[in-house]
Design a protein around this ligand. Structure first.
Ligand SMILES: Nc1ncnc2c1ncn2[C@@H]1O[C@H](COP(=O)(O)OP(=O)(O)OP(=O)(O)O)[C@@H](O)[C@H]1O
Ligand SMILES: [Mn+2]
Length: 357
């Protein structure tokens, strides 16, 4: 009897130099379904990064990275002196909503992520022998909580991860992509020290002269990814990932680690678009698609709303986020209009690096 090829195996073989998965990949809905339903057989704390997260292993042989719910949906981050962005806990919903946004923008560079409600006791604890979970278990207000093991400003007594409603824990479950993953420095990082450089000088020429970057599609991907971070307001993009599994030099710029996005629908920050206004270049095919997302009946906010409604944890975002997508997209188009007015569409809208002089 022929064994069915699991969806994650299709996914793994479908990754190319240009995309995480093809536009018409029929295995993606199946993979999302499997990630949200397949039996969990092993759980440990995933080490890597700063925040608490699990490595999940499934009965079908797949593996995923899962981030737990920390706060209610309407908990907004202030992004002010007493609430600087680096203290903000990650949001599991941000990982899931980012996957949907990336797909609607037609980038396809975010690993598939889906929501899942697990029973903390039977699906997590009973499948784990990780002492970092067990040694920090406690009961708090009738819920079961743990501290886990990650950097000390995230994993401490003030930041327990708890189940709720009699044992349920919400998780974002994101498909594991094959390693190695290479982190490239982001020239436009919003880090306090790093941002002093590009906020005082146009760094686009330095970026273009960087020989590491001149290979393949990376330059235009980085500019597109800056629009992505503008739409989700993500101050945490210090590095940009390339997939060594495909080609360390020529791979697309993957968008992983989006948990800090979607912190506040009312706070926009135009400086996310610095790569766009400093370089004044954008991939033409994507730009034409993005313009279509401003048309009545096809607006980005509406498409996001209907796409997210399919997730098992819906509603993922409060309603205030949907107009924010359209508003932030309009800010981007305004920046592009200025570039096009100044340099002409042939210079600004390009399809490959060879067109950039
Ligand atoms: N879907 C994935 N597939 C494979 N590796 C992954 C995936 N997601 C994350 N990783 C790896 O794990 C590392 C940590 O993950 P992530 O960046 O999401 O953690 P984090 O705690 O949010 O980190 P940070 O402190 O940088 O915000 C990543 O740099 C990457 O190398
Ligand atoms: Mn992160």
């Amino acid at each position: 009897m022929l064994r069915k090829v699991p969806s994650w195996d299709h996914f793994r073989h479908g990754i190319t130099l240009d995309e995480m998965y093809p536009r018409s990949a029929r295995y993606i809905p199946e993979l999302l379904h499997d990630l949200s339903t397949e039996r969990i057989v092993n759980v440990s704390i995933f080490k890597g990064g700063t925040q608490i997260k699990f490595l999940l292993k499934f009965a079908d042989g797949n593996q995923a990275i899962a981030k737990p719910k920390r706060h209610p949906r309407d908990f907004y981050w202030g992004y002010n002196k007493s609430h600087p962005f680096w203290y903000d806990d990650e949001r599991h919903t941000a990982e899931i909503a980012s996957f949907h946004l990336d797909r609607i923008l037609d980038y396809r560079r975010v690993p598939p992520c889906v929501g899942r409600k697990v029973n903390f006791s039977t699906e997590i604890l009973q499948n784990s022998d990780d002492s970092a979970i067990y040694s920090t278990l406690r009961k708090q207000n009738g819920n079961t909580c743990f501290i886990g093991n990650c950097v000390k400003w995230c994993c401490n007594e003030d930041h327990p991860v708890c189940d709720e409603n009699g044992g349920v824990m919400e998780l974002s479950v994101c498909q594991m992509i094959p390693w190695p993953i290479h982190d490239i420095e982001n020239y436009w990082s919003q880090g306090i020290r790093e941002s002093k450089v590009w906020k005082n000088k146009n760094v686009c020429t330095d970026f273009l002269n960087d020989t590491k970057i001149l290979k393949g599609r990376f330059f235009l991907d980085v500019i597109e990814n800056s629009l992505f971070d503008h739409l989700i307001v993500n101050y945490d993009r210090h590095h940009i990932a390339k997939l060594g599994f495909i080609d360390k030099h020529r791979s697309f710029a993957a968008i992983i680690d989006n948990g800090k996005g979607f912190g506040n629908p009312f706070k926009d920050d135009i400086t996310f678009l610095a790569p766009v206004y400093q370089c004044c270049r954008f991939r033409n095919s994507t730009y034409q698609h993005i313009l279509s997302l401003t048309k009545e009946g096809h607006k980005l906010g509406d498409l996001m709303k209907s796409s997210l409604a399919n997730d098992p944890l819906a509603p993922l975002l409060t309603d205030e986020f949907f107009p924010a997508f359209d508003r932030r997209l309009a800010q981007f188009i305004e920046v592009m209009d200025k570039c096009i007015e100044r340099l002409g569409p042939e210079t600004v809208l390009v399809d490959g690096l060879e067109l950039i002089k």
